[in-house]
Design a protein around this ligand. Structure first.
Ligand SMILES: *Cc1c(COP(=O)(O)O)cnc(C)c1O
Length: 418
């Protein structure tokens, strides 16, 4: 029989790990060590030449282990496994989603540059772009949902910023409204603005739909970002992040990671490998239950609006529907909805849940509910909240792996309290 190309979910238990290098242990051990012994001084010298870039790896030679800020088996095996879902050449793992994002932004932006980003973006990302990058004279420019890409270009031109654009940054679907941005069209715009001396890259935060339901690299993105705290970790017990892309671009990110010291530790790497083994079955279960919950909510008289990709209507919202069909293979497991009765009703609902936890974060085995207006999106300016449809009535629900009937029971009894 010919060689079979295994699916990513099959490879999550074995890829990149040889038990016989670790006393036959079936599971990759935690390499809880800061430093690695060289066989001899010549080997140490050779490893450093590669790490410093003064010598390229030889045929069949692997980067040697030196020190856990540079590399560690738990991180390397995890990074190799992560590349499989996105079809990436390389991956870099970080101690948080924010350290992945901030390291990437610092690497690909310099004083005078412009970053064009979708809006809204994750609160921490928004703060980093508007308040930290500003100190380094990087100008932020917002792109809005539904805005024509020609119009974005024209606004950049009018503002005199077009030839300073260095990076496009998309978070799609947007949190908590599930608004979609077109990765392919943005990649096209980035390509139009690129020159040999000044390449313009596109980075996509794929936390909401990845790595299972969307592969931004296949739509033309250069870099993919994850808060691995969410679906990838999936058990609400670890904070972590990742950047994926070509060897060349991830190589740049890894180099800065070494100097910022923002890499994940071996224990985090081990926890994420444990999590990757069940990633697919968890996410599929979550998405199936989300569909049932969204359908239930849509019919409920105390719910005025449901934000869920599976309810997008081709006739009412053709542009968003077109992007959805092109970019995503599932409607995801995040459901936001407006209850009738303002903040008071939203709070009564949240305070009455018996099964779902009242907590921020998402993508975990247990369901989590929160109030974006006063919690995750409290920092969004009032006029932007209005524009985005971020109302005090809104509840965001991250669907877990519990039995869907139990979750619907919980939602039903909490809605009865309004
Ligand atoms: C949570 C989150 C982040 C930040 O990740 P941390 O792991 O909390 O640092 C970034 N982007 C999105 C979309 C997120 O949901």
């Amino acid at each position: 029989m010919s060689e079979k190309k295994f699916a990513p979910e099959t490879l999550m238990m074995s890829y990149g790990y040889d038990p016989h290098l670790s006393e036959g242990a079936v599971k990759c051990p935690i390499f809880q060590t800061s430093t690695f012994a060289f066989k001899n001084a010549e080997e140490g010298k050779a490893f450093f030449e590669v790490a410093k870039g003064t010598r390229k790896l030889g045929e069949g030679e692997h980067m040697g282990l030196i020190y856990s800020r540079i590399n560690n088996p738990d991180l390397e095996i995890l990074e190799n496994r992560l590349t499989l879902w996105d079809g990436a050449e390389d991956a870099a793992v970080f101690e948080s989603g924010m350290s992945a994002i901030s390291t990437l932004l610092l690497e690909f932006l310099a004083p005078g540059d412009v970053i064009v980003h979708s809006s809204p973006v994750y609160g921490g990302t928004d703060h980093f772009i508007k308040h930290v990058l500003e100190k380094y004279k990087v100008t932020a420019f917002e792109m809005h949902e539904g805005e024509e890409y020609g119009a974005v270009k024209e606004r950049l031109q009018k503002a005199g910023l077009l030839d300073r654009v260095a990076l496009f940054y998309l978070e799609t679907p947007a949190n908590p409204t599930n608004a979609l941005f077109d990765i392919e069209a943005t990649a096209q715009l980035a390509k139009e603005l690129s020159t040999d001396e000044r390449p313009v890259y596109l980075a996509v935060d794929n936390t909401y739909m990845g790595p299972l339901w969307s592969q931004p690299l296949s739509h033309g993105a250069d870099l993919v970002i994850y808060s691995a705290t969410k679906y990838i970790g999936g058990h609400s017990d670890v904070i972590a992040g990742a950047v994926l892309g070509s060897k060349a671009l991830v190589g740049r990110v890894k180099k800065l990671r070494t100097y910022l010291g923002s890499m994940a530790g071996p224990w985090t790497g081990w926890l994420l490998m444990r999590s990757l083994e069940t990633l697919k079955i968890r996410m599929e279960r979550q998405a199936n239950s989300a569909k049932l919950i969204a359908e239930y909510l849509e019919k409920h008289p105390k719910v005025s609006k449901v934000y869920y990709l599976g309810l997008l209507s081709e006739s009412e919202n053709p542009e968003q529907y077109r992007i959805f069909k092109k970019q995503y293979s599932s409607s995801g497991a995040m459901v936001s909805f407006d209850v009738i009765g303002g903040e008071k009703a939203a709070f009564a609902f949240l305070n009455s849940l018996k099964l779902a936890h009242l907590a921020v974060s998402l993508g975990s085995t247990e369901s989590l509910a929160e109030h974006p207006y006063s919690m995750t999106h409290a920092g969004v300016a009032e006029e932007d909240k209005d524009r985005l449809g971020l109302t005090p009535n809104m509840v965001r629900f991250s669907v877990g792996v519990e039995h869907p009937d139990d979750l619907i029971w919980d939602i039903e009894q909490a809605l009865e309290k309004l």
